[in-house]
Design a protein around this ligand. Structure first.
Ligand code: DGL
Length: 268
């Protein structure tokens, strides 16, 4: 059995934790939400890289066998540095533009992600490897993360902002939309309301957790245990609120896990 660290700027990475608890429930998890500093997507590359490294070092110091950077923004800005500094597997999350290009019928794909992800070298290098016959309509989701952090994923204000962001994607006639930020799967209902049920939404959580499973196998850390493991929720802002949001946002029932909530003290 392993201890797996999962971190994000806030509650977005819960979309990855949800899938991890579904595929690999027998492991122990620490979910670390840096909500005091969300959103990351509008911060500088240097800040995001430095903070992500601090969080990963903290998770490693807690005994994590592997870490999931459950944040596209942190992955884009920091994953190479984190991998260079820590000797445990670090699994990142990237916008699923490649599967989206393969799934799109009309070759028009919307990509909704943070400004920092869309501007990153890593994202643009990935984009450059894809066939030129697929058109990507890139759109920053500025302002959406704070609303989701405030528990307003389904509010009228969120719907209105989302409608503005999705307009260019709708106008371009995209049949596929990449959810390039781990917060955005919590907007699936609102997105379908605005774009209709026919739009294909691409979120990479399933593939990310498969990759985590492979890494644990290679460490001989996969488990035959049947019992569910523990989940510790750590927040840099308000641990009880994080736990309440986890209960609200996760589709996985936490009842069969040992659950606790902790406030993150000063780390550096
Ligand atoms: N959930 C994160 C991502 O996947 C970060 C969003 C933010 O804090 O701006 O990019």
């Amino acid at each position: 059995m392993s201890l797996i660290g999962v971190f994000d700027s806030g509650v977005g990475g819960l979309s990855i934790l949800d899938e991890a608890l579904r595929q690999l429930p027998q492991h122990d998890y620490i979910y670390l939400a840096d909500s005091a500093n969300a959103p990351y997507g509008e911060k500088s590359s240097d800040w995001i890289a430095a903070r992500s490294l601090v969080l990963c070092k903290y998770l490693a110091s807690q005994g994590c066998d592997a870490i999931v950077a459950a944040c596209n923004t942190a992955t884009a800005q920091a994953i190479q540095q984190i991998r260079a500094e820590l000797a445990i597997p670090i699994i990142g999350v990237e916008p699923g533009i490649k599967p989206a290009a393969m799934q799109s019928q009309n070759g028009v794909v919307g990509v909704l992600a943070t400004e920092a992800t869309l501007n990153s070298d890593k994202f643009n290098a990935l984009l450059a490897t894809l066939p030129k016959d697929c058109r990507f309509v890139k759109q920053s989701g500025a302002g959406l993360v704070p609303l989701i952090e405030a528990g307003q994923a389904d509010s009228a204000q969120t719907l209105e902002l989302l409608e503005q962001h999705l307009e260019p994607i709708l106008e371009a006639g995209a049949d596929t939309l990449v959810l390039g930020c781990t917060h955005y799967p919590f907007l699936k209902k609102a997105i379908h309301q605005l774009l209709g049920q026919h739009i294909t939404l691409v979120d990479t959580s399933h593939a990310v957790v498969k990759q985590l499973g492979r890494q644990l196998d290679s460490l001989n850390k996969s488990s035959a245990h049947q019992e569910c493991g523990s989940v510790v929720f750590i927040s840099s802002q308000d641990e009880e609120r994080l736990l309440a949001m986890a209960n609200d946002l996760l589709s996985h029932d936490l009842k069969s896990h040992r659950v606790s909530a902790v406030l993150l003290g000063q780390i550096s």
